[in-house]
Write a protein that binds this ligand. Structure first.
Ligand code: MG
Length: 452
């Protein structure tokens, strides 16, 4: 049986590796598994968004599901309304941070969390076996549009921060919405929090004329310049579906994802004794330091935001986060949410009375090195067994690849989900240490390749 889902839902080149027929059959499979019931749909500003949403919608109706159409909205907004409306599922047409020629589909369960691997397998089973429900003429579903999702979502985010305290500070904020749906939420949210808001790339356009939708430092030149030129307190950049937020300090420096995550963790975790933080094994020492300082426990997971969400829900954790800047705040919802993260960041600026660069400079500094090691495709999977044997008895975490822990730093070796290569990620107190740990990891991977 083939695979439909990748690490984050289904992604493909529009009209090539992701077609209307696929969207139609996926809609039928989702309806077959979760129906008959309500299914909420939403999409980002990408090309083909309307085409794929309509295909999924028609398919859901044919299986007897009824559709609540949220329209263009961030993924976290759809995730927020799914449990509120008692939906059996949710479908978001988005390719997140991929380049413009891509689109994709994320499937969300009744709890608003993207479906687990187990549910994906059930959907794939129906999809490839074409065992679709096809209801009688008198049980075809109906569609209604739902206009108030964004209003409700913004109110919910505001209920988790000190609105009046933020309003008093009258912060200046530049929001770069990446020509996509983040622009429908975050500028308004910031205005309602009393901030003066300047919007960049706020026109919705699936060609992404403003910048590449991935909020990496090299794509945020306009935002960095705008923040400095305007004298703003902070810049906020979203990815294509606004589940992530990247921050720029008042000096125009882009924060690393683990820095913005650590700053929020340092405020959230001490609120309760013995808080639990959930994070993938790829997260670094900085977040461990912050958790230790707050007396919090860390629960490690495999790499991937969906695993973090499900673990948070399972154990009732206080906070989740990824080193790419995804932050999960379960009192709001246990999924990555760029607007919630932005609200928490401006609240921090308002309450701490320090600039963002000052707050960052108080964090411990670690250097990191990332290396890719090409491996023969046929050996990709056996390498793990060899690596496990080579590192036996060492202080290690083997949840996802192999992570070796040392006093001076750590190195994580794991296979790429999509390409014939292994990734080696090392971190240490100095660049020299990080480089040495990385070289050691690369050597171990090559030794493992030789042994299989
Ligand atoms: Mg995203």
């Amino acid at each position: 049986m083939g695979r439909l889902f990748g690490t984050n839902g289904i992604r493909g080149l529009i009209n090539q590796s992701l077609t209307v027929d696929m969207a139609l059959n996926l809609g039928k499979a989702v309806g077959t598994i979760s129906g008959p019931g309500l299914v909420a749909t939403a999409r980002d500003s990408r090309m083909g968004g309307e085409m794929f949403t309509r295909a999924v919608t028609s398919a859901l109706l044919a299986t007897g599901c009824s559709v609540v159409d949220v329209g263009m909205a961030p993924t976290p907004t759809l995730q927020f309304v799914v449990p509120k409306l008692g939906c059996a599922a949710g479908v978001v047409v988005t390719a997140s941070h991929n380049p413009p020629e891509f689109n994709g589909i994320k499937v969300v369960g009744p709890d608003g969390i993207e479906v687990s691997r187990e549910t994906e397998l059930r959907i794939e089973d129906v999809y490839f076996g074409r065992r679709f429900t096809n209801v009688g003429w008198d049980r075809i579903g109906t569609v209604r549009t739902y206009d108030s999702a964004i209003d409700q979502f913004i109110d919910a985010v505001k209920s988790h921060v000190g609105v009046e305290a933020i309003q008093k500070r009258k912060l200046t904020v530049v929001v770069d919405g990446a020509n996509s749906v983040g622009s429908l939420v975050t500028p308004r949210l910031m205005r309602e929090l009393g901030c003066k808001v300047i919007s960049l790339n706020a026109q919705l356009d699936g060609a992404f004329p403003g910048r590449n939708p991935e909020p990496l430092p090299e794509n945020l030149e306009s935002l960095r310049r705008a923040v400095v030129a305007i004298g703003a307190d902070v810049g906020i950049a979203h990815d294509g579906d606004a589940d992530r937020a990247t921050f720029v300090d008042e000096k125009g420096q882009v924060l690393w994802g683990d820095q913005s995550f650590a700053l929020i963790a340092a405020r959230v975790l001490p609120k309760k004794r013995g808080s639990t933080l959930v994070t993938p094994v790829s997260s670094g020492r900085l977040i461990e330091d912050v958790a230790r300082e707050a007396g919090a426990r860390i629960v490690w997971t495999e790499v991937g935001s969906v695993v973090v969400s499900h673990k948070l829900k399972e154990i009732g954790g206080e906070l989740g986060g990824e080193e790419n800047g995804g932050v999960f705040y379960p009192p709001h919802q246990p999924v990555r949410d760029g607007a919630m993260t932005a609200a928490q960041t401006v609240e921090m600026l308002a309450l701490e009375g320090k600039t963002l660069s000052e707050l960052v400079s108080q964090l411990p500094h670690y250097a990191s090195t990332k290396t890719k090691v090409p491996v023969p495709p046929e050996k990709r999977n056996q390498i793990l067994d060899a690596l496990l044997r080579l590192t036996e008895g060492q202080n290690r975490v083997t949840l996802d690849g192999v992570k070796l822990l040392y006093d001076e730093g750590w190195v994580l070796m794991r296979p790429s989900g999509t390409e014939p290569l292994w990734r080696c990620f090392a971190e240490g107190r100095s660049q020299d240490t990080a480089d040495k740990l990385s070289q050691m990891g690369v050597k171990l991977i090559l030794e493992a390749v030789d042994k299989v």
